[in-house]
Each structure stands twice: as C-alpha cells, then as structure tokens.
Design a protein around this ligand. Structure first.
Ligand SMILES: [Zn+2]
Ligand SMILES: [Zn+2]
Length: 467
C-alpha cells in the first residue's frame, strides 16, 4: 500500500508495570493504527503500520502523555521494519521472554482516581485502605525479586477475587496487571490492637483509630515502608508523652496534614513547595513556619516544620476522619532502623504506643519517608527514600566494565550506590550504621540490590576514614 510505513519502536526505561501497554493501545485506537504492543526484556516494543501523519501523532503522544509512573529513558525507531505479519487491528500481545528488565519502581502515593474510588459510597472499594492501580501504590516496598510480578511481591499470599482478576486481565482497565490489585473481599486487612497485642473489636477500624488519637493516645501505624508513631499535633500532652517515651528530646517530628490548605494554616507554602507536597513521591517538605499555632514541642527551636500529605489510602482515610494534622515519626527505638513487621512493632514499641494499627500485607523492603526542601529555586533532597528510591541514573556507552562496583557510602546517614552495566543505582537512605541492627539492614539491602539488578559486587569503593 502506498504511503504506509512499517515501523518498530523500542521504548526503554521504567515502562513495565505502569500501564504503558494499555496507554499505547488507547492511542492506537484513537489514531486507527494497525499493529501490536508488547513487553520484552528491554522495555516496551510497538510494531505499527501507519501513515507518516499517524506516526507523528503517535510519537507526540508517547513523548507528552505517557502514564504517570513511567519514566522513558529512550525511544528508538527502526524504519522499514520488515514484518511478514498482516495486521487487521491493534492488540496487546504476549510478553516476549528474555533477561528481565531491571527497572524497579519507587512506591507512589495514591492517585486521584483511587481517591475517587475509596470515597464513593457506591464504589466497591469505598473505604478500602489498600486500594491501588497501575498509576499508584506500593512497588519497591513489596518486591522480593524481579521480574516484578505479583508472585514476586508480598501480595503473593492474597488470591484475587473474580472481580479483581477481571480488572487485572482487562487491557483497557486501570488495574490491568496492577500487581498489588486488591479489594476488601480478597486483599489485605486492617487490625487494631492494644499495646499487648489484644484485638480491639470495632465495626470501623479507621474511625476507632481516629477517636483514640483524639483522646490523646499514641498509635503505632503500619504504613508503606515501615511503622510510624502517631499522635494528634494539637494535643500538647500527647506530643510531650511521645518525646519522653521515645527518648527524643529535641529532634523535630514530621507532620501529616489532610491537604495543602491545612498545611497553609501553619506554614508559608510557595507554588514550588505546593508542587513538592503534591508530587507522587509525597515527601516530607520542610517549610517556614507561619505562626506558633501548633505545639512548640513538635519542632523545638526550629523555624520550619516538615509536612507531608497522606500518601497511602489508609493515611488518606484516617486524615479525612480526623480533620486535623498528625505527628508522624519513625517507629523505631533510638538509632535502630524503622520497624517493618507486626511482631517486632509489638515487642519494641509496646512501651511507646498505646495502640497498634496493623495490617497483613508484609513490608518487604524498609523505606523511610523522604525529606526535601526547596532552596534557591531548586529541589534539595535531604533524605532520599520512599517515593524516590531506587531510581537509576543511566550511563552513556562506555561504562560497561564498571558493572559490579559498589560505593559503600558513609557511616552516618548511609546510602550506597551499585553500578550495573548500564546504570548507577543509588539506594534508599539506610541511616546511621551505629547499631548491629542498622548494619545488618545495610548488608541486607546490598544483597537485595545485587539480586534485583542481577549484578554481583566485584569491587568496593570507600573513603579512608578508619570507621
Ligand atoms: Zn490509583
Ligand atoms: Zn478483590
């Protein structure tokens, strides 16, 4: 046929498990393209037979409208691609096997569509604290190995119900191949206990937790990347008790507000800072205090406060119920890593927390909250963890022989960096390596990264400090 091009497009980067194929499928429908799209070991491959005008539109959409969580590193185009296949339509075809694409995505905050689901009384996910889709939800915190598939995550123990399975298999559904897909019928469940682990019987766990917090109680809450200790920011005695029980005299506590307007009641928020607060990484943003309305015990002698917005559906539901800000600080004992499992939380935080808001989806990889600040027109990352890590920095050609080099980082505020054939992977913030527990965590993470990125450590880089 005159004027018909046959083209192969290879897209690399974070393009698997983020709804990229359904996105391409929808564009193909929109522009009447013929061909197919599939995942392979490198990324996403599109074979398309179309006119030059159609191709230009496709390329524009790929560059401008790609799914929220995707991150394209490269789009390479093979012109005059020889394909004997005759396409009568456009389809999502079976993934081609090969060495797995080693792009592990960071966890992402709940998206607006999922917020609509959990707040709509007629939706089957109304009030469900583990709602997610391909545009949001846990990723790095639940992955055990690659390829990123449900069976390689802590969701493997939950079998999808018929309705969830239908969404998971439907190429045009927002939950097509969303690995942590779940609902109240088939997915993880909340549990509320007292400090001794005794169940608190209640019809609505989120409502009950909110009422306990309003009574001034301290609640340990299992989040996405670890446990937090929470109390209401407006109750001075609760904040003081949290400081005393955690033996934390001065270090500032972080806060979680329901929305940006609530943050603005206490802090000055520029447009750029608002952008950071609402970013899908949902970090703690350090902001200049506007007044002293909140307890001085939250951040003694500081001119700024660290605020974040609810990033998991559980946080979202809880903050809606509370209608005011929460103090949220890492659930750990001094110098130890943030706790990630229910039993350790009950054992180690029982003297600090009055109640425990638990759930049965295991946190596989510990990722603390990230901390950022907007300085001199730019983003400064103070603690790079949940929402940002792991992110890879692609190398230009010529670095292949660096694969297996591990830069171990510092003793204080440790992060490490592992080099693969094509990228440098910076780990999440591990923390100070003062205790056996945190050193063990450091070693566990190095093992994890070697496994996730299929790269064995061959050389070490460290500074000459005796420690
Ligand atoms: Zn979502
Ligand atoms: Zn279900």
């Amino acid at each position: 046929m005159m004027g018909v091009l046959s083209i192969k497009i290879i897209i690399t980067g974070a393009v698997q498990g983020v709804g990229f194929r359904p996105f391409v499928y929808k564009i193909a429908q929109q522009f009447d393209l013929l061909g197919e799209v599939y995942n392979d070991s490198v990324g996403v491959v599109i074979i398309v037979q179309c006119t030059q005008t159609q191709f230009d539109k496709l390329l524009l959409s790929l560059n401008n409208d790609a799914p929220e969580l995707s991150r394209i590193i490269d789009i390479s185009i093979v012109d005059n691609y020889q394909d004997d296949k005759v396409y009568k339509d456009f389809s999502i075809s079976k993934s081609r096997k090969g060495k797995a694409s080693a792009v592990v995505l960071p966890d992402a905050c709940i998206c607006n569509d999922c917020i609509d689901d959990i707040t709509d009384k007629n939706n089957r996910r109304y009030g469900y604290a583990f709602t997610n889709c391909t545009n949001c939800g846990p990723r790095f915190s639940i992955i055990k190995e690659i390829p990123y598939d449900r069976k390689s995550t802590s969701m493997s123990v939950f079998t999808m119900c018929k309705q969830c399975e239908k969404e998971y298999q439907n190429p045009i559904d927002r939950r097509f191949h969303a690995q942590p897909n779940a609902c109240a019928e088939c997915g993880p469940k909340l549990q509320l206990t007292d400090a001794l682990g005794k169940h608190v019987v209640t019809k609505n766990i989120v409502e009950k937790t909110a009422s306990l917090l309003k009574q001034g109680k301290i609640v340990a809450i299992k989040g996405i990347g670890g446990f937090h200790l929470a109390c209401l920011a407006s109750i001075e005695s609760a904040v003081v008790a949290l400081r005393e029980r955690k033996h934390r005299k001065h270090k500032p506590f972080a806060l979680m507000a329901r929305d940006v307007s609530m943050v603005k009641q206490y802090c000055l928020v520029s447009d750029q800072e608002e952008y950071l607060l609402t970013d899908r990484a949902s970090p703690i943003v350090l902001l200049t205090k506007a007044n002293d309305l909140l307890s001085k015990q939250i951040a003694p002698k500081q001119k700024s406060l660290g605020f974040m917005l609810p990033y998991s559906p559980l946080h979202y539901l809880l903050l809606q119920e509370l209608g005011e800000s929460l103090v949220l600080t890492s659930g750990n004992q001094s110098h130890n890593p943030q706790i990630i499992d229910n039993q350790s939380a009950l054992n180690e935080l029982g003297k600090i927390a009055d109640y425990f808001l638990l759930h049965d989806r295991d946190i596989v990889n510990r990722v603390d909250d990230s901390v950022v600040r907007h300085v001199a027109g730019d983003l400064r990352v103070i603690r790079r963890a949940r929402g940002y890590a792991p992110t890879s920095l692609p190398f230009p050609k010529g670095f292949e022989e660096c694969a297996g080099l591990l830069a171990v980082g510092a003793e204080l505020k440790n992060t490490f960096c592992l080099l693969t054939e094509s990228q440098a992977i910076v780990s999440q913030h591990i923390g100070d390596l003062k205790t056996l527990e945190s050193y063990q965590d450091f070693q566990d993470n190095i093992n994890l990264y070697q496994q996730l990125y299929e790269t064995e450590v061959k050389h070490l880089a460290c500074d000459l400090h005796p420690d």
